[in-house]
Design a protein around this ligand. Sequence first.
Ligand SMILES: [Zn+2]
Length: 384
Amino acid sequence: MAGPTPKVNRSWADPLANRIPDPVAKLRYLRNVRGDDEAVPEVSRWRRARLPVAAVVVVVASLVLGGTVMRRPAKREKSVESAAAVPAVSVPVASGTVHAAAPHTKVWLVETRGTLESWSNGLQVDTSLTVSNKKRKAAPTGIVFHTTESQMDTFEPEKAQRLKMLARGLLNYVREEKGYHYVIDRFGRAFRIVAEEDIAYHAGNSVWGDEKHTWTGLNDDFLAVSLESATRTGDENPEITPAQKLALRLLVEMLRYRFGLAARNCVTHAQVSVNPSNFRVGWHTDWAGNFPFEEIGLPDNYQLPLAAVERYGFGYDPAFFAATGARMWRGVVAAEDRLRAEASRRQISVAQLRAELRKVYQQHTRAQDVPAPNQPETAHKETH
Ligand SMILES: [Zn+2]
């Protein structure tokens, strides 16, 4: 496929591109930042083979096909809009193995002693700080994983008292803010902060989707699980302990079994966070790389196309790439590929398609009570 002549010479592009180990991802990134969005894209024979037109039912094409959109309307009230009221957003999931639905492990509550729950898979949940909040209207449909962006200290025995003090301050803060349903501290202790039947204020402006639904404003539909940690940029691993990883695995098992959560709807905040004021993804970048999906029993959901890019035409900028690990770029590229395929099928430019999709986003989120992008949206922004 012959790429169009670069229209913009952006000197920052190449150094960033050099950080992309995957040559295909690098090419697509360069193609994007060099501004060929204005051109009618070609679809290579390879791409046509992977994405036969008949199989690609992307956003705009699906507007007439019916279905539902899950969204967060005004005043944090959740509703399911009918097809007549809101256009459907229906995008097929890419073939492959990444989202094979992992079987649910049966997990049940063994006993409760005081404020400690023991679950059949070994999970223990401390409920001493659990608070109520506004009730959700329906059972949760997925999990958003966060880091608390906490003050960190070395994880050594002689620091135990200080580490406990830091954890306690964090937990109290999250409780005040009703910021997450669960926090796992550095000792691997799982605390239920906001009751699962209630809403936690964790996701802010956000977008995710599966085969049937697209959600905006994920607070109403997704549980929040946060690890006491601090995000590092790019491919650097956030500092999490083996105890945290173990507890996270057990907690995810329990939540998935109890609520029947699909593996593909267990994703990181960086995968769902958006800034509607400039239509960029990655307003929050916690777990923008190296979330241990496989180690906790999930498929590598970083490979899933970013729903905000694919379904609502969001873009991204150098700051997002700087903050993002290589694993997550695959999801960006996958979403871009689908956008280009759809634009090609309709013989319009990617820029035109993006503009249409952004209007759809605005329709879906109009009148929603979402904080302004320059306001703190989630608890973890406040816990530095
Ligand atoms: Zn977050």
